[in-house]
Design a binder for this molecule. Structure first.
Ligand SMILES: [Zn+2]
Ligand SMILES: [Zn+2]
Length: 334
């Protein structure tokens, strides 16, 4: 553990074992093990929870499709209030449990320090208030507007719509994979220097993340992030799938940014919480742009599994980039 700490200098807290690729994408692909991994590690419990919350949200907390025959600002406002209520409950609940009540102390916490207060870097000089502001005001509003646009298109029969419950279930499952590609592509774009400086750096203020950091993003990043729903302008989907996209995108980043690898319910009982894969992206910036479900980072050479070897490889890459930059500077002055 000691030498590991020295190598991964910015991990000052809980240091989980290195990540494994999903079984289908390991050097010898294992399709059966992949099915088991999908059910026991990916779907249960978090992904199933997002689906269940979406079902309740769509059937009980969302205006009927009829209301969207015309696009009324009141309906968008209703969706915005619904989004804010959902996020205050689910994200706020995790924040309260982990960071206010400190129910499990620092157990399983990636960083041994708590969230920042009184730092000028953050809006209102306070990390949680900053994160809540961008999440609820910008994130909630963009998600509501995009969902209303999709409902408008479905109510006018302007885009392909599936009606079979089985096909809707299949498409709901497909959203996880489509998002794997969509998120990777827009995230790579956001790390293009001009966009990083003006847009994505707002999210990366959070090196030590909390549940509210998940979609604490610049409004331009929210536009890109929630544009996932517009995939279903061309791919057959349904109004439920549109709602699921929004609920999933709003809520799922909260445990993954919670800062805690596992959530402790009581002594000896804990379950999967944070996402080491994305936590490493917040620590080292130029690794792990996508998601583990579809390991595009492995295929494009930016995968970091949290091991000392991966860290040394990253350091070597940074060093050779620096050497190349210095080399080209000295050539200029020869
Ligand atoms: Zn993040
Ligand atoms: Zn990033």
């Amino acid at each position: 553990m000691g030498s590991r700490r020295t190598a991964l200098q910015r991990s000052s807290g809980y240091d989980p074992p290195p990540l494994d690729l999903p079984p289908l994408f390991q050097s010898s692909p294992k399709p059966l093990a992949m099915c088991r991994w999908l059910v026991t590690k990916f779907l249960w419990p978090q992904s199933m929870l997002w689906i269940a919350i979406s079902v309740v949200t769509y059937h009980f907390l969302t205006p009927g499709l009829d209301r969207f025959r015309s696009l009324d600002v009141i309906d968008v406002l209703v969706l915005w209030v619904r989004n804010a209520a959902l996020m205050l409950t689910i994200i706020g609940g995790q924040h309260w449990w982990l960071h206010i009540r400190k129910s499990q102390g620092l157990e399983f916490k990636y960083e041994s320090r708590w969230l920042s207060q009184g730092r000028k870097l953050f809006t209102f000089n306070h990390q949680t208030r900053d994160n809540m502001f961008w999440t609820l005001v910008s994130g909630g509003a963009v998600a509501a507007s995009f969902e209303a646009c999709m409902f408008r298109l479905y109510s006018a029969n302007s885009i392909p719509q599936i009606k079979s419950v089985w096909l809707i279930a299949l498409m709901t499952f497909a959203v996880f994979w489509i998002e794997g590609i969509h998120f990777y592509l827009n995230h790579r774009l956001l790390h293009w220097r001009p966009l990083y400086r003006s847009v994505h750096s707002l999210h990366h203020r959070n090196v030590n993340t909390g549940p509210w950091s998940g979609i604490s993003m610049h409004p331009v990043e929210h536009l890109l992030y929630f544009s996932l729903a517009f995939v279903f302008v061309v791919v057959p989907g349904s109004p439920f799938v549109a709602t699921f996209c929004m609920v999933y995108l709003m809520l799922s980043p909260s445990p993954s940014h919670s800062g805690f690898h596992r959530f402790v319910v009581n002594e000896g009982v804990n379950f999967h919480g944070g996402d080491l894969f994305h936590n490493l992206h917040h620590r080292y910036f130029e690794v792990n742009y996508g998601m583990l479900l579809l390991p595009l980072d492995k295929w494009f050479g930016t995968f970091h599994d949290g091991s000392v070897e991966a860290h040394d490889e990253l350091r070597g890459r940074r060093q050779s980039n620096n050497d190349a930059a210095v080399g080209s500077q000295s050539e200029k002055y020869c």
